[in-house]
Design a protein around this ligand. Structure first.
Ligand SMILES: *Cc1c(COP(=O)(O)O)cnc(C)c1O
Length: 219
């Protein structure tokens, strides 16, 4: 099926409050333009250099979401244009994003990544670490970032019960921190769900699904 058809299929299945992030990592700009012409405006990339090259070539009304692990020394390359950073997993990284955003006089929306899978390779904070960050005085002083929610990845498995349980855990953490509000912290977005598990994620309360291979294929 064509990219445009896949975008329309998925969009038609999503509840109104759920945002589709089309994950275009490794895909050429032609594929992104096909999705763009089908109406898609939010795209996700996991490498800063690749995202920046695409940003420079593609229409300016695209919202670029960084969904991959972010190295502190690379934040400066995307701070001028990135629409949201999903994988924030340390206070140190938040401090750097804040510093770079300030140079551009902007506020960068961020999601804190929480570790929910049983695999050791997945990045993310524990619930305790998350609470430590948002309750710290250092965090409260940051004026050029805004934490708008949480992000998580379930284990890579066919075991639906396991995925359900991991997404449910993340939703519980989200509900727990949701009432906590500061000028730079307001939890409204829950980024969970990929090609293989986005339907389960939506059942569990996702507001943002990150879908790559179902849209663009796996070539
Ligand atoms: C690649 C990637 C996705 C999309 O995965 P698909 O299975 O291709 O839909 C979603 N989230 C993150 C963090 C990714 O790296």
């Amino acid at each position: 099926m064509s990219i445009a058809t896949q975008i329309q299929n998925i969009q038609s299945q999503l509840p109104e409050h759920v945002t589709l992030v089309a994950v275009s990592k490794t895909k050429p700009v032609e594929d992104i333009m096909e999705a763009y012409n089908a109406g898609q405006r939010v795209f996700g990339e996991n490498k800063i250099q690749e995202m920046t090259e695409k940003y420079e070539q593609l229409p300016r009304d695209i919202q670029w979401h960084m969904i991959g692990h972010v190295q502190t020394n690379k934040v400066k390359y995307m701070a001028g244009y990135v629409a949201m950073i999903h994988g924030v997993d340390s206070l140190k990284l938040l401090l750097e994003i804040n510093k770079q955003a300030k140079k551009w006089r902007r506020v960068i929306p961020c999601l804190l990544q929480v570790f929910i899978a049983s695999e050791e390779t997945k990045f993310g904070l524990s619930q305790e670490e998350l609470l430590q960050i948002i309750h710290s005085e250092e965090f409260k002083a940051l004026e050029n970032i805004k934490v708008v929610g949480l992000m998580g990845m379930a284990s890579f498995t066919d075991d639906v019960k396991k995925i359900l349980s991991e997404f449910t855990t993340l939703k519980h953490i989200f509900d727990y921190v949701q009432p906590y509000q500061l000028p730079n912290c307001h939890f409204t977005q829950l980024s969970m769900g990929m090609s293989g598990d986005y339907k389960i994620a939506i059942e569990c309360g996702s507001t943002m699904v990150r879908i790559g291979s179902t849209i663009f294929g796996t070539r």
